[in-house]
Unconditional design. Structure first.
Length: 214
């Protein structure tokens, strides 16, 4: 496939979003199937149907591409706007939306396979673990931490340590089912069982951080 037009994009002009998305999809597929070290920018270009020059015009190096692929996966289920708090939306509804998105994200095939990949390669390449943590789990935690800090300021819940509370929230959502899934034992919660789980977690969280009556 020819992509001369994309290669000639000048400074300040918008990138070709369709090609950028194709590169990200190709990268996710190759990183998961071949591993990080065995995935080259040439292979990504071939998989995406673009030139290597086009890949480099969007992503400076493989580390940047891997980071973008992890971020894109998180954004699919947990877009930045999901952490916004509006006066019209009850806090419980905001937390439920986040809980549903996070639960779906961590139990997706891509996420499970990526976690297994990092667990297998992280001890050999700690830098890879750092890239993954900062691009995925850390961004999710930071978004939740900011939201919980805002909820605390409003007085809806009493959360004096938003970072700790965010970790508690996500750890409860993972639960035993996700732990077993990562080890290839059992199936993820789905349908009514998944909804019951996320609602129970949100109810427990709200109860734990409910302000004491005056």
């Amino acid at each position: 496939m020819s992509d001369n037009n994309s290669a000639n994009v000048g400074p300040g002009r918008p990138k070709d979003l369709a090609k950028r998305q194709a590169i990200l999809e190709a990268a996710k597929n190759l990183f998961l199937s071949n591993g990080y070290a065995s995935t080259s920018m040439d292979a990504v270009a071939a998989e995406a149907g673009v030139s290597k020059l086009t890949v480099y015009s969007h992503f400076n190096d493989k580390e940047t591409l891997f980071t973008a692929a992890v971020v894109a996966k998180c954004e699919e289920q947990l877009p930045t706007l999901i952490y916004e708090l509006t006066p019209e939306t009850p806090v419980a509804s905001v937390l439920l939306n986040i809980a549903r998105g996070f639960h779906q994200l961590i139990n997706s095939n891509e996420s499970v396979n990526l976690h297994r990949l990092i667990m297998a390669l992280g001890s050999q390449d700690p830098k890879l673990s750092q890239i993954f943590i900062e691009a995925g789990p850390e961004r999710v935690l930071q978004g939740m931490e900011r939201l919980l800090g805002r909820i605390n300021q409003l007085g809806t819940l009493h959360i004096d340590k938003p970072r700790n509370a965010a970790e508690h929230f996500f750890c409860m959502l993972k639960g035993g089912a996700n732990f077993r899934l990562l080890y290839g034992y059992g199936e993820p919660l789905a349908g009514a069982a998944a909804e019951e789980h996320v609602q129970e977690v949100v109810e427990l969280f709200m109860r734990a951080y409910r302000p004491e009556p005056d």
